[in-house]
Write a protein that binds this ligand. Structure first.
Ligand code: TEU
Length: 552
């Protein structure tokens, strides 16, 4: 049996006593409404995969604009659009060759202006993804750096070093690239001799910028203003724990051969100098009081994580704990407590996400098939019941699984090549969305096929078919998002845990919402209260296995 309010075992607050003003996401604080982003539902668009308006098989900004009606119906507050700036697309746009222009593949600047205007007419905010840690190797600056001499001002915008060993043929240190292979590439000098090495923590096509160079800082500030002046409402900051490098670029103590693993003592990331960089960004953002910055911060330690969201740094940072947690009530509770604890000392808003364009989709992580979908729906209700901002990755609302059997020749993630074809990379979570019809590409594009092929069995997962069905994943998302936006029971920054049976969890928000999760294999009686919404049909009035419910 779930307990009652008398059985509250513990309270976890998003704002520590005395450390920050009492936060209440629904009610005005001191007569002032909280900023729009504090409890917003963001919808992450991977633009290549969302909708294609020009028939080239790749999604674009015109496609997003055409689907704004759907997004409004879904009830989201804001979009986070993965990078759409000019790029040779060595890493799906995270290799930017001109940060102040839109790539023609996505429709150019006119398409961005049109999207901003159309989204704003519907009350949907637009946040863009910016990539400060590195540029494309085709960025004008890098092309100039290759043509210039060692020690020149052109080289000083990046991280060039002489190699080790008598002839400089060894990389300057032992750092591996996140995508496999060394993090250094040796160049050929303009006179044809083997030359210096440059640092790229990601692909060789993504040289790291030198953030000690004031030109680099000034240029990024110009980029922030450029987009804010065009009307965007904020930014997701890529690798926000990167940028600053340790003095002398020391070797890594433990070189992991595994890619994509995160370790707080990794010298490539989370260096103290990064905070001064964020303070510079924040000064610019403060000139645009409506705007928000959300950092991608892969830092485990709560104290170090919290440092990124101090009042003069980022507004929010992604917390990946829920996305890294198995479908297990104890583990979920622990992740929630931890995420709240990380932001409490600095009074920042917590963030929740179950997936993104770098992570295996939750339906697959939770076991796939009918079971995976049921659990993903339940976890969506847990995350939408929590205080703070929620990020929904496009396609999650359809219950899409990862596609793990893409043909090898279709794979585009640089991880596939860089790993010597041992790691398929992240394409499996980037397959274009199924919109309508019976056959791939399911209305995603008017071309015969999309840039990654959608599996034929997605015919039953199309937006068109799910919108008509009350019991579908998308219908549940719509109902849940609407309730969260409109009901006072969702107010309050804290979470009170109830006593709950083993394998279950239950918490209450100060406004009165109760959320219960049953992660056991058997039905469990609901906590007392009036049922608002359940992720699955009740069994004899009880909460079924792998489901969640909201009560008031
Ligand atoms: O990701 C940064 C990052 O740390 C990722 O390498 C992450 O560890 C991995 O993808 C998790 O599986 C950001 C972007 O989200 C990613 O898409 C880019 O490839 C990367 O930066 C480089 O810009």
């Amino acid at each position: 049996m779930f307990g009652t309010i008398a059985d509250v075992t513990e309270t976890s607050a998003a704002s520590a006593d005395g450390a920050a003003p009492a936060e209440d996401n629904a009610a005005p604080v001191d007569g002032q409404a909280p900023p729009w982003w504090r409890s917003a539902v963001f919808y992450q668009v991977y633009p290549r995969s969302f909708a294609d308006s020009d028939g080239d098989g790749v999604g674009d900004l015109g496609g997003i604009k055409e689907k704004l009606g759907y997004l409004e119906l879904l009830g989201i507050d804001a979009l986070w659009i993965c990078p759409v700036m000019r790029s040779p697309m060595a890493d799906g746009g995270y290799d930017v060759s001109d940060p102040r222009d839109i790539d023609p593949l996505f429709g150019g600047m006119a398409a961005m202006d049109a999207l901003i205007a159309a989204a704003h007419r519907r009350g949907i905010k637009i946040t863009m993804d910016l990539v400060p840690n590195h540029t494309s190797d085709r960025h004008r600056w890098f092309v100039d750096a290759l043509a210039a001499a060692p020690g020149s001002g052109e080289r000083a915008r990046y991280i060039f070093r002489d190699g080790r060993g008598p002839d400089g043929s060894e990389p300057p240190n032992n750092w591996p690239s996140i995508f496999g292979g060394p993090a250094w590439t040796r160049i050929t000098e303009p006179d044809g001799t083997p030359g210096q090495w440059y640092l790229h923590i990601f692909a060789p096509e993504q040289p790291d910028l030198n953030w000690e160079n004031p030109e680099v800082v000034a240029d990024f500030e110009q980029t922030l203003r450029f987009w804010l002046d065009r009307g965007v409402d904020g930014f997701r900051i890529d690798v926000a724990h990167g940028m600053a490098k340790p003095p002398g670029l020391p070797d890594m103590a433990n070189v992991s051969t595994k890619m994509l693993v995160h370790d707080d003592d990794d010298p490539r990331f989370n260096n103290p100098g990064v905070h001064e960089i964020h303070r510079r960004f924040r000064k610019v953002l403060d000139e645009y009081p409506h705007a928000v910055s959300i950092g991608e911060v892969w830092v485990d330690d709560n104290t170090r994580f919290g440092e990124y969201v101090r009042p003069d740094e980022l507004h929010m940072a992604f917390n990946f704990r829920l996305a890294e947690t198995a479908f297990d009530a104890e583990a979920v509770r622990h992740a929630v407590d931890n995420s709240l604890a990380a932001v409490a000392p600095v009074g920042a808003s917590p963030t929740w996400t179950l997936s993104n364009h770098d992570i295996e989709r939750e339906v697959t992580r939770y076991g796939g098939g009918v079971l995976g979908v049921a659990r993903a729906k339940a976890m969506m209700m847990v995350e939408l019941a929590l205080p703070g901002a929620v990020f929904v990755y496009n396609g999650a609302e359809l219950g899409l699984p990862n596609v793990d059997d893409l043909p090898e020749e279709a794979l585009q993630d640089p991880v596939w090549e860089r790993s010597g074809h041992t790691d398929r990379g992240r394409d499996g979570c980037r397959v274009p969305l199924p919109w309508e019809g019976e056959l791939p590409p399911f209305g995603f594009t008017s071309a015969a096929s999309s840039w990654l092929p959608a599996p034929p069995e997605w015919a039953k997962l199309t937006v068109e078919s799910q919108l008509e069905e009350v019991g579908s994943t998308v219908s549940l998302y719509r109902m849940a998002i609407e309730m969260r936006a409109n009901r006072a029971e969702f107010s309050g920054a804290s979470v009170e845990w109830y006593g709950s049976p083993k394998g279950c969890l239950a918490f209450r928000r100060p406004g009165g919402l109760i959320c219960a999760l049953n992660a056991t294999g058997a039905p469990i009686p609901l906590p007392p209260g009036e049922l608002l919404l359940a992720s699955a049909d009740l069994i004899d009035g009880q909460l079924p296995p792998d489901s969640a419910a909201w009560l008031v």
